[in-house]
Design a protein around this ligand. Structure first.
Ligand SMILES: NC(=O)c1ccc[n+]([C@@H]2O[C@H](COP(=O)([O-])OP(=O)(O)OC[C@H]3O[C@@H](n4cnc5c(N)ncnc54)[C@H](OP(=O)(O)O)[C@@H]3O)[C@@H](O)[C@H]2O)c1
Length: 291
């Protein structure tokens, strides 16, 4: 497993693309000043990888923050890694072609570093999800070959969804983004994803904020003299996952990036993986998601 030591350290995707080892989450960061200020704060704090989605409704604010940051620092675009995702309404070949163009336009980018299918089995396509995913993937492969998408992946895909995709995919997915947090380590799915050449990204590393009331995590945070958030993110990094913490609060954004100066013991990593009553909602079954 590759060891990472700073926010700018990267993992290598199966096509050779470098992906920074922690991504900055933006779900529920409101479009406009809230999201713009959060992304600017993250970039200034050293994050180089931003995770958004069409469904978050904030691609325009993310794009504005990226451009202002690049202008302010004179860094080249290639120093940043931007992910967005295909929303559930837009599955199928032609819809996906249009959705990719729309995201490029909203973000005001010439290319997207990583494009993911957000969910494998949307309600709208539930009776023919395999076919609609195959169509989406074909459109994504074409945009990849045209240089508009630099890497392709999926999110919330289980083994059965990946097996179905492999029947027609010419390019294999390079990332699976799934819920990974204390008490929900998803070792089997992570292992299957890795065996198939994917980097595993961990969303909701803080349980969408639900982890902070947990007594075991309070105890561990005290033991390591770090915050609960830092312990969660460090745990994810030590599993070789790529965590995507979200915050709109500058102090927390900076705090969540300071996870490279301590090590959690194997025993404590197991305690975190097996955490009971974490207070965090269970990952949704993608075949029953009501959207
Ligand atoms: N692919 C998918 O289906 C999917 C699903 C869910 C999430 N994601 C991605 O993963 C990202 C993270 O997941 P998430 O948004 O569910 O949440 P999360 O990162 O698990 O938790 C965010 C919550 O924790 C709070 N927080 C953050 N840092 C903190 C700290 N140091 N101390 C105390 N509170 C802190 C935030 O508050 P403030 O913001 O108020 O500071 C917010 O309420 C998303 O933003 C998105 O990019 C993807």
């Amino acid at each position: 497993m590759v060891k990472v030591h700073s926010l700018t350290d990267t993992y290598t995707l199966s096509n050779g693309t470098q992906i920074p080892c922690i991504g900055f989450g933006t779900w529920q960061s409101a479009d406009g000043d809230e999201c713009y200020n959060a992304v600017i704060a993250a970039l200034r704090a050293g994050y180089r990888h931003i995770d958004t989605a069409t469904a978050y409704g904030n691609e325009a604010s993310v794009g504005r923050a990226i451009h202002d940051f690049l202008a302010e620092t004179e860094l080249p675009r290639k120093q940043l890694f931007i992910t967005t995702k295909l929303w559930n309404e837009d599955h199928g070949y032609e819809n996906t072609q249009a959705a990719i163009e729309k995201s490029l336009e909203s973000l005001k980018l010439d290319y997207i570093d990583l494009y993911l299918i957000h969910w494998p089995n949307p309600l709208k396509f539930r009776d023919h999800w395999e076919e609609s995913n195959a169509g989406s993937w074909k459109a994504m492969e074409e945009s990849y070959n045209a240089g508009k998408l630099k890497a392709l992946g999926v999110s919330n895909f289980c083994e059965r969804h990946l097996d179905a995709l492999y029947k027609t995919a010419r390019i294999k997915p390079m990332v699976n983004q799934i819920k990974l947090c204390p008490g929900q380590p998803q070792f089997e799915l992570a292992s299957f994803s890795r065996k198939n050449g994917m980097i595993v990204e961990g969303y909701s590393p803080l349980g969408t904020g639900a982890i902070f009331a947990n007594e075991d995590m309070k105890r561990l945070a005290q033991k390591y003299n770090r915050s609960i958030a830092q312990v969660c993110i460090r745990w994810s990094v030590q599993q070789g996952y790529l965590p995507l913490p979200k915050s709109v609060t500058p102090e927390r954004i900076a705090e969540n990036a300071r996870v490279f100066d301590f090590e959690i013991t194997e025993d404590d990593c197991s305690t975190i993986a097996q955490l009971k009553d974490s207070g965090i909602k269970l990952a949704r079954n993608p075949d029953e998601a009501p959207f």
